[in-house]
Design a protein around this ligand. Sequence first.
Ligand code: XMP
Length: 516
Amino acid sequence: MDTILILDFGGQTTQLIGRRIRDLGVYSEIAPGDASLDDVLHEGVKGIILSGSPHSSWNDESPKPDPAVLTCGLPVLGICYGFHQLTLAAGGEVKALPHREYGRSAVRHQGSNRLFDGIPESFLSWMSHGDSVSSLGLDFEQIAYSENGVPAAAAHLHKPFWGVQYHPEASHCEYGDKLLENFACEISKARKEWSLEQYIEEEAKSLRQKADGKDVLLLISGGVDSTVAAALLLRSLPHEKIWLMYVDTGMMRKGESEEVAKSLKALGAKNLLLIDARDRFLIPLAGIEDPEKKRQIIGDAFIRVQREEIAKHLPQGYMLAQGTLYTDLIESGQGVGNQAHVIKSHHNVGTPLVQAKRAAGELIEPLEKLYKDEVRRLGKILAVSPDIVHRHPFPGPGLGIRILSDVTKEKLDILREADAIYISELKKRGLYHQIWQAFAVLLPVRSVGVTGDAREYGNVLGLRAVVSRDGMTADVFDFPTKDLLEISAKITNNVKHIGRVVYDVSSKPPATIEWE
Ligand code: XMP
């Protein structure tokens, strides 16, 4: 398939470049910025984009593209740091600015270069840089100017190389999509071949090949990724070969286990392993208050329960499937090179079972090329219920890390009830889809209240609602006060033991989204 290859130097917006290109209908791939071109080039690649970076080009230690990028004959677009790399490779100069430039900046182009076809001669770009080109490389000419005097774009006179100082991938950048389209489709001649319908067909073939008649196990969390992965497996492989395992840890939300079972059955699942392991989680958790210990106990219990159930139901040499996304691989450092900044390690990539299966060549990851919103769209095409497709993220340890003290069945029941009221009210009021993640936490604080004539001590419940793009940073949801007060009253009126409700007004950073 025609592809635009993005070489990633660790820039914060590299993922966005990939997204924008795919939104044009052109397939994009991200590879380590300093990868050997031999390792990442294939015949589908029609053009190469060099990304931005937190590094400075003038530092010798900073990652550099393989020199073959400039001799392979493909069109190259350097964005910010990528532009600086092109400049240095052609004998130009890059310098640190006295102040970092961040935000909108007016740009004017000459009107004659095809990179700017269809773009008005003056527009507002989006800048985010601390370095800039102070002297262009040999045979480069400046083709766009910015109001602050730094070269906004340059083109090589004879070779298919372009550099832009601003970030066309940023949503605030005017005509950024057009510039990327000019590069991908007009200059690189990549065809628009990327569609989810086609992905389903190709993935079905590839899954049949990889599974090769073996049994396939998928662990289901109830979230969108594992459910869509299940739908894709069920669409591609014989149903009797697919085993879907869902573990009820006792820390799930109200009605969750039943809903998960219902949605998987609706997708045609035959071998549904619904494991009631509530005691196996709750007993070892008794009396444990430390959040990391809780996580450890829950993680260990998962591993034990899974191992036992697998031994009961699956033959040796079965394939393990999981709903890892493209971003999970990139963020965990698997998709990017030595020099890239590893943002976080992701649980999908690292459990012992997954590692063993990966090493044995028995791991399949049917969503590994997709971004989250593509997975949601895929879910819709594959008839996954809209409730699951648009569900807020839910952590693996579940309500266990939303009870800020030792976990007991009584506390879980209280939290389940309160959380269910909160979430159903958000849905009724049309607020749920404006929020990235919302949940309740049970605080280890008792406070006094009055009921009738009596003074009573009740628990305090915290409500959290955040907006975010990816969970890495988050802002507090600007909750309409009327809704907040009504929801709070509904919770205290209906959940015995909750005497007081508070709303968490902390953003991330400095707070995290979860309380533990
Ligand atoms: P934090 O609290 O780190 O959360 O700001 C970011 C996102 O990660 C989820 N989260 C977890 N997910 N296991 C998980 O599977 C965990 O231990 C865990 N801790 C946090 C959190 O719900 C949010 O979506």
